[in-house]
Design a binder for this molecule. Structure first.
Ligand code: C2E
Ligand code: MG
Ligand code: MG
Ligand code: MG
Length: 281
């Protein structure tokens, strides 16, 4: 394609744009019935405690297998679901499913497994979220301290005062809150101290320079120390190599999540994983 002349390149790009728009329209159409046709499911990625190598929790990650489109990644369909105004319904489904999974693990004698759910920026701005969380906890019987909600910096910074209020209300319910993808947003460090958070998740972009590069180590060390000095647990995301894992242990990180330990797993595979790696209790 790079060899095309300027004129052909132009028509190539418009064709590409047309295809992308069509793709989007097909996703939008298929998304309308995603809940009624029960096409969503959750995978769970273990989060390991670095001291004990036990499972300290799992992150619920949304998967959509569409009969028309095949597997559509969450990074592709969630922004569209947000624009369509159906992200609230999807998040409620995720919350219910994640809490039910926690109850199933408990009933099967595996233990009380903390589960993290990702919140969309848009849903977070609505008051209905607090009610939805409260209702899900009540209906599933899940103990609140085992539900963790992951929020992003962009979400918090867009309206700091209302974010503080909402985080406070969520904390009052007894759930925990994690700041996801930490280090990729624009958060000012003075804001961070005002937010009632429980956990920092260091973005996986930090992992790249952790091993070879002394400066990379210095930055990650500082981020972990910052989290600890604010009284937060620190979990590193995207750990793919043993050397990264070992560095994070040296740097006093609390938890690790990544392909090295486990990929996101469907529930029966998670059960197998939990037989080999007990839960931290
Ligand atoms: P996230 O919350 O930061 O989730 C972590 C992502 O990193 C997941 O991608 C996971 O599969 C991937 N990952 C985990 N370990 C590794 C690793 O070692 N290396 C690499 N390269 N990647 C790793 P996934 O499942 O495709 O999800 C992407 C994003 O979609 C999530 O990022 C989150 O922002 C969003 N998402 C997923 N599920 C939900 C959901 O239920 N609701 C909302 N609102 N967003 C969701
Ligand atoms: Mg997350
Ligand atoms: Mg993340
Ligand atoms: Mg991330």
């Amino acid at each position: 394609h790079a060899k095309r002349s300027g004129r052909n390149q132009f028509s190539f790009f418009t064709e590409d744009m047309r295809l992308r728009a069509m793709d989007r329209l097909r996703i939008e159409t298929a998304l309308r019935s995603v809940l009624s046709r029960r096409e969503l499911r959750l995978h769970y990625q273990p989060i390991m405690d670095l001291q004990t190598e036990r499972v300290m929790g799992v992150e619920a990650l949304l998967r959509w297998n569409s009969p028309e489109l095949g597997e559509v990644p969450p990074t592709r369909f969630i922004p569209i679901a947000e624009e369509m105004g159906i992200i609230e319904d999807i998040t409620c489904w995720v919350l219910r499913e994640a809490c039910s999974m926690n109850q199933r693990m408990l009933q099967q004698g595996i233990g009380n497994l903390p589960v993290s759910v990702n919140l969309s920026d848009i849903h977070f701005r609505s008051r209905a979220l607090v009610d939805a969380v409260a209702q899900t906890l009540k209906e599933t019987g899940m103990e609140p301290q085992y539900l963790d909600l992951e929020v992003t910096e962009s979400l918090l910074m867009s309206n700091l005062d209302s974010a503080i209020d909402l985080l406070g209300e969520l904390s009052d319910l007894g759930v925990t809150v994690s700041l996801d993808d930490f280090g990729t947003g624009y958060s000012s460090l003075t804001y961070l101290q005002r937010l009632p958070l429980d956990r920092l998740k260091v973005d996986r972009s930090f992992m790249q320079n952790l091993v070879a590069d002394q400066r990379g180590q210095a930055v990650t060390r500082a981020v972990i120390a910052l989290g600890h000095s604010l009284g937060l647990m620190v979990v590193a995301e995207g750990v793919e190599e043993k050397t990264q894992h070992d560095w994070l242990r040296k740097l006093n990180c609390d938890g690790v999540q990544g392909f090295l330990m486990a990929r996101p797993l469907q529930e029966d595979r998670l059960l197998e994983f939990l037989k080999a790696h007990p839960i931290l209790e």
